[in-house]
Design a protein around this ligand. Structure first.
Ligand code: COS
Length: 387
């Protein structure tokens, strides 16, 4: 955690960067489906790739609450910019931070912190999405090595990756989470093919791809936490996703604030029936409901992040935040577009893109339905523990 003054300075710098550099670059990102190199470099210089990596390993070492506020500020600009740093800050690095050996931390974290190396998190497969424990990618033992075979799907930043955290079944006799290990796999290892990036509804500039492993040989020292952690990788995945859900909820707050501001500006400028449409009560209703829900979500997400910092986990709150904030952003997106009327459907207005971009929030790092499953299970567990 950095001290309050340093953090506030960083936040102010990021807010300025968002206004002066990122928002003006949004049309170019949409057009080119890529983040301009100068912006990638500037994001690296600001330390954004290393927000959550401990200072001892070259990162900024922000607390979860600080990270949440910073991600919220960053996501006032297109969420595609966040995606570039997102795997190094979140799911790509946190397995190493949480469960890695000292040697693994020393090897990877300093390069991830600067953005010199990009990390990708490879869990999802063609037949395995929500039911992550039953993944099929297999790592078969061969003496002191493993031979990895399988296909991973929708892997964010795979085309940019220097290292993959790959989840693979190391115990074929156990078909659930208990037979899964997490490996750190350098992207230049022979036998890895990264397919060309997927075409998507939104978030142009972000890159997701299939990653295919064909007899990839890797040593047992590549297991996160070392050979003693064989078959313990699913827990690492769950812990990483738990924290990641606070991060995704923070994205939802940032982009919802942007959409609400865009809608408010339009409602003040657009005139119908002789007055600005912001004076019409039905429009006011849409703005007000969005504002109230956004405030509620922001406070929930920040309380969750603070709980995470205090307790080291916040499973029920993290899933509640992810569920509530992403669904809130979806409603805000829809109302913001509605306030624009026909103009909202046209690509020349930013809301058309922001609407498409925000749709993914309800899906990635666990769908809303999976968050409901996690919340209900925790409720039952806590209730029966009390009874
Ligand atoms: N922190 C630590 N450990 C956790 C955990 C968490 N947040 N969540 C689960 N675990 C542990 C459990 O305690 C359990 O260990 P024990 O058997 O020792 O008790 C183990 O992990 C298995 O958990 P569980 O029994 O809940 O697994 P299930 O297969 O029933 O379901 C869900 C797990 C559905 C919650 C999980 O598969 C999931 O999160 N799916 C969504 C995956 C996802 O988000 N994908 C997005 C793409 S990746 S960016």
């Amino acid at each position: 955690m950095v001290d309050d003054d340093t953090f506030e300075q960083l936040l102010t710098t990021v807010e300025r960067f968002v206004r002066e550099r990122l928002i003006p670059a949004e049309p170019r990102v949409e057009e080119e489906d890529d983040i301009p190199e100068d912006i990638v470099r500037e994001m690296g210089e600001m330390g954004l790739f290393g927000l959550s990596i401990p200072e001892a390993h070259g990162g900024l070492g922000l607390s979860t609450l600080q990270e949440s506020r910073l991600v919220e500020a960053l996501c006032y600009a297109s969420v595609s910019f966040r995606s570039l740093i997102g795997t190094n800050v979140g799911i790509g690095s946190q397995g190493i931070v949480m469960d890695g050996t000292e040697a693994q931390k020393a090897t990877y974290l300093p390069r991830l912190a600067t953005g010199e190396m990009i990390a990708s998190f490879a869990l999802t497969e063609p037949d395995i999405g929500s039911d992550a424990a039953h993944l099929k990618t297999a790592a078969r033992r061969d003496g002191g090595d493993f031979i990895l075979n399988g296909t991973k799907r929708y892997i964010t930043n795979a085309v940019r990756a220097g290292v993959f955290t790959v989840f693979a079944r190391t115990d074929p006799a156990r078909d659930g989470g208990d037979g899964v290990s997490a490996f750190l796999l350098p992207a230049d290892t022979p036998g890895i093919t990264v397919a060309k990036p997927d075409r998507k509804l939104g978030q142009r500039g972000t890159k997701t791809s299939d990653v295919i492993f064909d007899d990839v040989r890797l040593p047992e020292s590549a297991i996160i936490g070392g050979p003693g952690n064989e078959n313990r990788g699913f827990r690492t995945a769950m812990k990483v996703l738990d924290r990641g859900r606070v991060h995704v909820a923070s994205i939802a707050i940032g982009t919802a604030q942007r959409m609400l501001d865009v809608a408010t500006a339009y409602a003040l400028e657009r005139r119908q029936f002789g007055v600005a449409i912001a004076e019409h009560q039905f429009v006011q209703g849409m703005l007000a409901e969005s504002q109230a829900e956004l405030l509620a979500a922001r406070h929930l997400v920040r309380a969750t992040a603070a709980t995470y910092d205090r307790d080291g986990q916040a499973i029920l709150m993290a899933s509640s935040s992810k569920l509530f904030a992403s669904e809130m952003a979806f409603r805000v997106a829809d109302r913001a577009l509605q306030i624009h009327g026909g103009a909202g459907y046209m690509a020349e207005y930013p809301i058309e893109r922001l609407f498409r971009d925000s749709r993914l929030l309800r899906i990635y790092e666990g769908t809303s339905q999976i968050q409901q499953v996690i919340i209900a299970r925790r409720m039952v567990k806590e209730f029966t523990g009390r009874a």
